[in-house]
Design a protein around this ligand. Structure first.
Ligand code: ATP
Ligand code: MG
Length: 643
């Protein structure tokens, strides 16, 4: 770890001193009650009525949690997600407030007020209904981040249809797999999209996918590229339908709280993406409540979550959470570095964003590019910052705090998964001190434990397996296992390694499957990576272990230097020294590979299983989940030359 203040102005991150939320934030925070965790614990599971109260129910639920029939949250209650995200804000007199603001890849902007959203959601719902879509049917979308995407999600929700959003960067095969898996017979796609200013064809991929599934698929298409292309008989134009059904309204179909709202697939970091189903009542209650308590959103706030809508983060915190609360959500189509590396900060400035939520990989990219990009913009509208997706090491946390928060906004490091639907572990920003490097305690109503190999709780500070010990409303259908009748017998093994401090804060240590066994000691990848990233001039690192002939583990560190880091050879020794100083000589990497980039999933997570294969000299075949497949070949040749 670097000590004191480095020449880039970073202050020491190694001391782990808790940082209190700024008084100016606390003064207006949504949640400031320090006894909330106790209050929830005393009334569990009834405490979750607090989350359900954020929603309007068409009929009240009988019980908060019904454990007799699996784990049903808010059983007996009915509601409609589209009504909750749209109509009720119009009825409350906020029809002229901005619901969605969109920035396109070519610099275009579009704003939908709540009334605009109401009109288009109704028109599309009427069109879908006329085309035979009914409650319970699965409707698939395959488009980039356009306003039409949340409109489609909400139109489906209005009808009680289940949406399955497929990220536009996926291949035809990936789309076909999802269409076939869900049996979906309706697809909304678009002709193409722009990436870095260049048009990419999407329709051809959609065509190919439809050829590959057993069912016939009704296809609607959005004209994104605005060219002269015609779409043929298999397609109906979105704009034509919305025109034709403009002015029609569709009564929101009341859904059981336990009815599915959508299906989504996990990111595929550890293997093949898994389908996960989320409920209408429990899911929406949890995302509305966490948007209020953790992201501190309220009506009138502008929220920018940089995730693609195709990920769970986009579902929960671009679409459902902010809109359930009547806030303004900002969507952007492009990438953070196009047309320039200050693009995201320009969006923050132009829209006077209050709350900004992103992934550590995005922050590390900015660290690599340099602080000059955020410095070009007035970021003073920001009130709260968040991260999700991977552990944030102390160095990255500090950079975010110093350069984006300006030392004035709290940062929430939020832990959750596709399966959990919403945030489960985080500080409450108006209550809890921040501890850089630790996500925080479980949220009110959430129970977690860290278990050792024998299934018993480990001591404070020791690494083990993160297990949730109580169900939560936002969790996917059928998650976890029960050994008995009572909720107390329920367990869900998250697959993440973690340690809990004496203060109850959970420190995530990486995937359990990535844990390293070095010289007879078990180490999370994160501990070594954090030490490496603490070296001046290094932006990002991923460590993997490869088993040698003697069952000894060789450690490979893949390291990305900052843009202005200068020659890399002196860094190699510094990397080893930093790990030796922080952990011990036994953990110093055997091979340090410098690379301009790391292989990442489309949601920005490092794919360590690919790095392991590359270190092992094995071919990497399944690059389908990768955002940057070209890096694999490049890395193979670098590793070949250094090892
Ligand atoms: P798959 O389940 O297909 O392997 P995935 O787990 O990467 O993919 P997601 O559900 O998008 O798909 O990611 C959840 C995982 O992301 C968590 O299990 C955890 O490993 C990681 N994660 C999320 N938030 C945090 C955080 N704040 N700190 C550390 N890790 C996090
Ligand atoms: Mg997962």
């Amino acid at each position: 770890m670097n000590e004191g203040t480095s020449s880039t102005g970073r202050s020491s991150a190694a001391d782990g001193t808790p940082i209190d939320p700024p008084a100016s934030f606390v003064a207006r925070a949504n949640v400031t009650d320090g006894s909330l965790r106790d209050a929830f614990a005393e009334r569990w599971p009834e405490c979750w009525d607090r989350a359900a109260d954020f929603l309007d129910w068409t009929s009240p639920y009988d019980r908060v949690l019904d454990a007799a029939n699996g784990y049903d949250w808010f059983a007996g209650g009915t509601l409609n997600a589209s009504y909750n995200c749209v109509d009720r804000h119009v009825e409350a007199g906020r029809k002229s407030h901005a619901a969605l603001k969109w920035e396109g890849c070519l610099g275009e902007t579009r704003t939908y007020t709540y009334h605009d959203l109401y009109r288009e959601v109704n028109a599309l719902a009427a069109a879908l209904r006329a085309r035979g879509v009914e409650a319970g049917d699965v409707v698939t979308t395959y488009m980039p981040v356009l306003p039409e995407l949340p409109v489609t999600m909400l139109a489906c929700a209005r009808l009680g249809a289940v949406h399955s959003v497929v990220f536009a960067g996926y291949s035809a095969d990936a789309l076909a797999m999802r269409l076939a898996d869900t049996g979906s017979t309706c697809l909304l796609t678009c002709d193409g999209y722009y990436r870095r200013g260049t048009a990419h064809d999407l329709k051809r991929k959609a065509d190919n996918a439809c050829l590959d599934v057993p069912q016939s698929v009704d296809r609607l298409i959005v004209d994104r590229l605005d060219d002269d292309r015609t779409y043929g008989d298999n397609y109906v134009e979105y704009a034509t339908l919305v025109d034709e059904y403009g002015g029609e309204t569709v009564d929101p179909v009341p859904r059981e709280a336990t009815d599915p709202l959508f299906v989504i697939y996990t990111s595929g970091t550890t293997g093949r993406p898994k389908a996960v189903r989320h409920t209408t009542g429990g899911y929406l209650a949890q995302v509305a409540w966490t948007s209020h308590a953790v992201l501190d959103l309220e009506p009138g706030d502008t929220h920018l979550c940089s995730a693609d809508v195709g990920w769970i983060t986009g579902h929960s915190y671009v679409v459902y959470g902010p809109l359930a609360l009547g806030a303004t959500t900002v969507l952007y189509e492009g990438t953070p570095d196009y047309p320039e590396r200050d693009h995201l900060w320009g969006i923050v400035e132009r829209n006077a964003v209050d709350v900004f939520y992103t992934a550590p990989s995005v922050i590390r990219a900015f660290m690599k590019w340099g602080a000059e990009y955020p410095e070009r913009h007035d970021l003073s509208s920001l009130r709260l910052l968040g991260t999700v997706g991977e552990p944030v090491d102390e160095t990255t946390w500090r950079w975010y705090y110093d350069h984006i928060a300006n030392g004035e906004c709290p940062i929430v490091d939020t832990w959750w998964q596709t399966e959990t639907g919403g945030i489960l572990v985080s500080t409450l920003p108006g209550v809890d001190p921040m501890r850089p490097g630790a996500a925080g305690p479980p949220l009110p109503g959430v129970s977690a434990d860290v278990l050792g190999p024998r299934g018993t709780s480990v001591d404070a500070g020791e690494a083990g397996s993160l297990v949730l010990t109580r169900p939560c409303p936002g969790m996917a259908v059928g998650l976890g296992e029960s050994t008995g009748e009572a909720p107390a017998d329920w367990r869900y093994v998250t697959g993440d390694a973690a340690a809990v401090g004496a203060d109850g804060y959970i420190r995530l240590l990486g995937r359990e499957g990535n844990a390293l066994n070095v010289a007879g000691r078990r180490l999370g990848t994160r501990e070594i990576e954090a030490a490496i990233v603490g070296v001046e001039g290094i932006a990002e690192a991923a460590v993997v272990g490869v088993e040698g002939p003697q069952r000894d583990t060789a450690l490979y560190a893949y390291v990305t230097p900052q843009r202005d880091a200068g020659p890399v050879s002196p860094l190699r020794e510094r990397v080893r020294e930093a790990v030796a100083a922080a952990i011990g000589g036994f953990a110093a990497p055997d091979v340090v590979v410098f690379t301009p980039d790391l292989p990442k999933t489309r949601s920005g997570k490092v794919l360590r299983r690919h790095l392991r294969r590359i270190a092992d000299g094995e071919a990497v075949s399944d690059t389908g989940s990768l955002r940057n497949p070209e890096i694999v070949g490049e890395l193979e040749s670098i590793v070949d030359s250094v090892s």
